[in-house]
Write a protein that binds this ligand. Structure first.
Ligand SMILES: *Cc1c(COP(=O)(O)O)cnc(C)c1O
Length: 428
């Protein structure tokens, strides 16, 4: 199919995320991807700065991931999970329990990040019901958070960017504390968690859980905050009889410099959501891990089982990919790679901070963010990035990169230079 034909078909029938169907943002046809390169239909190659939204941590088309999936494909790509088990799921659950913060013993493997959040929310509600506390079914979240696009997950996203007014009446109404003060290194004072503590105290009889993204708030603003705040929030949840749900769908598997962002503060959640990089960017898969207490508690109450069971639960092909991805990660010097990436991005992006139209530059682990003072023109800025041979997809005021961990120094420097070049041109 020639490029024009493909683009015409796309324009006729295809819905892309967060763009209009009547005047859509441009799309770039990609024909293949390898390592850190995306190859466009016109032959150009782009250095990937996005890891396909946090996922492709080992780069694309990795032979080890391909081999694991090909081997599994020969056996079975899928089989139902009701009444059946298989090696890829059993091995994966063991690995997730081993890697996760201590105490998270039971794994629910589901289809996508948003579903893992729905599962976590339902687990918390069922847990309190089983404990004889059926009024505890609301959730406490923090502003600027993002937890996914299904209704339950949306209800705990930032009410502004999540357009809650548009969905009022259908979205459950949750409680929101102010976002944690910005800055991974920001000094923590007890007063910083006071509003959170006050909400917990006032509503503890109806709150099931506190849900948040540890240390890095992703799609709700690409904000970093202090591990000490996280640690105090976790303690407060315990003191006030709330479960604590950590959404590590974006931060999991090394991105922030620790295997899980909870590791910056040695925090142990009651429920942990994983997704995105879980399969190294090859297949959709997510998981919600629960403590034995939560899992067994749920099953003590009526109806004696957890009320969720998606068709593609525990998909063997995706589990095989996830197992291979975890092995690759653990065999790689990922901590050193993330540290190097952090240092180079800090060097490469900090010069943007002196531009008057740039509000902030921040880097943590494998995440580099340039925040502008007003929203960028996505179509135009994207075209400029492509002209410079890189793939970067900004949203709103956020021009950011989170490259695959395997990126070479030269490519990362090229990516940072493109960021500087494009951001410098913004005001012209
Ligand atoms: C992406 C994301 C989700 C949703 O995951 P999907 O796989 O897109 O449904 C939930 N929480 C966080 C923190 C995310 O970054």
């Amino acid at each position: 199919m020639d490029i024009a034909e493909l683009l015409e078909l796309d324009r006729q029938h295809v819905w892309h995320p967060y763009t209009s169907v009547t005047s859509p943002l441009p799309v770039y046809p990609v024909v293949s991807a390898k390592g850190t390169r995306l190859r466009l239909a016109d032959g150009r190659e782009l250095i990937d700065g996005m890891s396909s939204w946090w996922c492709a941590i080992h780069g694309y088309n990795h032979p080890a991931l391909n081999a694991a999936m090909a081997a599994q494909l020969e056996k079975m790509s899928h089989v139902m999970f009701g009444g059946i088990t298989h090696e890829p799921a059993a091995l994966l659950c063991r690995e997730l329990v081993r890697l996760a913060p201590p105490g998270l013993d039971k794994v629910f493997v589901c289809d996508s990040g948003s579903v893992a959040v729905e599962v976590a929310i339902k687990m918390a509600v069922q847990y309190w019901h089983a404990m004889g506390r059926p009024r505890k079914k609301r959730f406490l979240a923090v502003r600027s958070g993002y937890h996914g696009d299904t209704l339950g997950a949306m209800s705990v996203c930032d009410p502004g960017t999540g357009m809650h007014t548009l969905f009022s009446g259908i979205l459950p109404e949750q409680l929101f504390a102010p976002a944690p003060k910005a800055g991974f290194d920001a000094p923590f004072e007890e007063a910083d968690t006071a509003p959170l503590a006050a909400l917990m105290r006032e509503h503890r009889d109806t709150l099931a859980a506190l849900i948040l993204e540890p240390v890095v708030q992703g799609a709700g603003g690409m904000r970093f905050y202090s591990p000490a705040w996280l640690s105090r929030a976790r303690e407060l949840a315990r003191e006030n009889g709330l479960l604590f749900i950590a959404d590590e769908i974006a931060t999991g598997f090394g991105r922030t410099g620790k295997m899980f962002a909870c590791g910056h503060a040695d925090v142990r959640p009651d429920i942990l959501c994983l997704g995105k990089a879980l399969t190294g960017g090859t297949m959709t898969l997510a998981a919600a891990l629960a403590t034995r207490e939560v899992a067994e508690g749920i099953c003590q109450g009526a109806p004696g089982v957890f009320m969720h069971g998606p068709t593609f639960m525990g998909n063997p092909l995706a589990c095989a990919a996830a197992l291979a991805s975890i092995r690759l990660l653990e065999e790689s010097p990922w901590e050193k790679r993330i540290h190097t990436m952090e240092t180079r991005m800090r060097e490469g992006l900090t010069p943007c901070a002196k531009l008057p139209w740039v509000a902030d530059v921040r880097v943590l682990g494998g995440i580099g963010v340039v925040e502008t003072r007003s929203p960028v023109n996505v179509a135009e800025i994207q075209r400029k990035f492509v002209e410079r041979g890189v793939w970067v997809r900004p949203f709103g005021k956020l021009v950011y990169i989170m490259p695959p961990y395997i990126i070479e120094a030269d490519d990362l420097d090229h990516l940072c230079a493109a960021m500087r070049g494009v951001v410098e041109e913004l005001e012209q």
